[in-house]
Design a protein around this ligand. Structure first.
Ligand code: HPA
Length: 253
């Protein structure tokens, strides 16, 4: 069985409940990646905290290419990722979970693709993608996986929202209230700093990828101010239930 990939966001640096954890070092053409491999809910999983174990890597410095490629190299076919986000909508409250189905990219200075010229990759189904390749992102997030997460979340009585548009900013600063007003007008629901290019790179590798967002705050201008401490604190408060949700989803896959 292919291992299931789990990516931890801000405040999620260790996978609670993982059995026989082993550190694995994966070499990729984009750099080496350290992950934890083990068993969760009787399934093989690999866990990767995208900001590093001590939150040392800011959003614009994450090696998204190496992370995605390392998952591919380990044979991962499904990825459950997690992220802290700000809410642009009154009805998405701090503590709520959101499973986005769309994304608008407002990053400015990242490498967005594997297909930069001479890259080629053989997918699980035998298809080879190479050279100049334009991936279809009509459905950026894996529907099947999102449905399972939603179903399990509902069974657990979590305040979980199916669908939403994630706006990705460059960071590392939080947004201005004017930016948030603009994001609201163009249809944004939540805002974060890491999902581009992450979701697109997994799409290029044809790996089923879903994101569980934890709303940690109302976005700039919707509350007095935003602090990093608040983001981490709210995430931490929700991390036990998030870990349980992931465990139950893994069991169901
Ligand atoms: N903006 C961007 N990223 C975030 C936020 C926010 O308000 N909260 C948590 N991650």
């Amino acid at each position: 069985m292919a291992p299931i990939g789990i990516i931890g966001g801000s405040g999620f640096y260790k996978l609670v409940g993982i059995k026989n954890p082993q550190r694995v070092y994966v070499d990729t053409p984009f750099g080496a990646v350290v992950m934890t491999r083990g068993i969760l809910a009787k399934k093989e999983v690999v866990f990767l905290p995208r900001h590093g174990e001590g939150h040392t890597i800011p959003p614009h410095r994450i090696n998204y290419h190496a992370n995605a490629y390392a998952m591919y190299k380990l044979g991962v076919e499904k990825v459950i990722a997690t992220s802290a986000v700000g809410s642009i909508r009154d009805d998405l409250r701090p503590g709520d979970f959101v499973l986005p189905d769309q994304i608008i990219d407002f990053t400015k200075n990242r490498k967005y693709t594997f297909f930069d010229g001479d890259f080629s990759i053989r997918l699980r189904n035998g298809e080879v993608r190479r050279g100049v390749y334009h991936v279809d992102v009509t459905e950026p997030y894996c529907r099947e996986l999102r449905e399972i997460i939603y179903e399990v979340g509902k069974e657990m009585s979590i305040a979980i929202h199916f669908g939403g548009t994630y706006v990705c900013t460059e960071g590392p600063r939080f947004e201005t209230p004017a930016e948030i007003r603009f994001f609201k007008i163009i249809g944004g629901d939540i805002v974060g700093m890491t999902n581009s290019p992450e979701v697109f790179l997994f799409k290029e590798l044809d790996i089923c990828y879903a994101l569980i967002c934890v709303v940690t705050n109302y976005a700039a201008g919707m509350q007095k101010r935003i602090t990093q401490e608040e983001v981490l604190e709210v995430f931490k408060e929700r991390s036990e239930i998030l870990a349980e949700l992931i465990k139950r989803v893994v069991a169901r896959l």
